[in-house]
Design a protein around this ligand. Structure first.
Ligand code: DQA
Length: 142
């Protein structure tokens, strides 16, 4: 089982940005948490972060034929990007949408998720543990 974990814009600012919403763990903390969790589960994992929509589309396209599952937190592109939705639909790889914060209890503009239409599951509001839950889901439902 080979998983790709993708983080979108501003997730590299974890630990600095709005700790009330996103907590105090840094992006580096998140990377090592995911890597050690996957190592313990004997799951192969790669991580990718970009602030650029087209680069996220490229990363999803390149996953075709390489990865068995994708965990993605598209950040603000969740609420705007049909291109990322279409990329996930194109590759047809089981994909779980993760949000660190409880987006459903925040601003109205965060209530729209385009990518959700192509995802097998959505996890919100569980902090960075949500990524581990997504990994569990993909490994248990392969
Ligand atoms: C987020 C929620 C989004 O609304 C926001 O733009 C982010 C992070 C989350 O993880 O809770 O960048 O995806």
């Amino acid at each position: 089982m080979k998983l790709l974990v993708i983080n979108g814009p501003n997730l590299n600012m974890l630990g600095i940005r709005e700790p009330d919403h996103y907590g105090k763990e840094t992006y580096a903390d998140l990377v090592s948490k995911i890597k050690s969790y996957c190592e313990h589960k004997s799951v192969s994992v790669e991580l990718y972060q970009s602030n650029h929509e087209g680069d996220l589309v490229d990363a999803i396209q390149k996953a075709y034929g390489v990865f068995d599952g994708i965990v993605i937190n598209p950040g603000a592109y969740t609420h705007t990007s049909i291109a990322i939705l279409d990329a996930v639909k194109s590759v047809n790889i089981p994909t779980v949408e993760v949000h660190i914060s409880k987006v459903e209890e925040r601003e109205e503009f965060r209530q729209i998720s385009y990518i959700r239409l192509a995802c097998v599951k959505t996890i919100t509001g569980h902090g960075t543990d949500g990524y581990l839950e997504a990994i569990d889901f993909l490994t248990e439902n392969k």
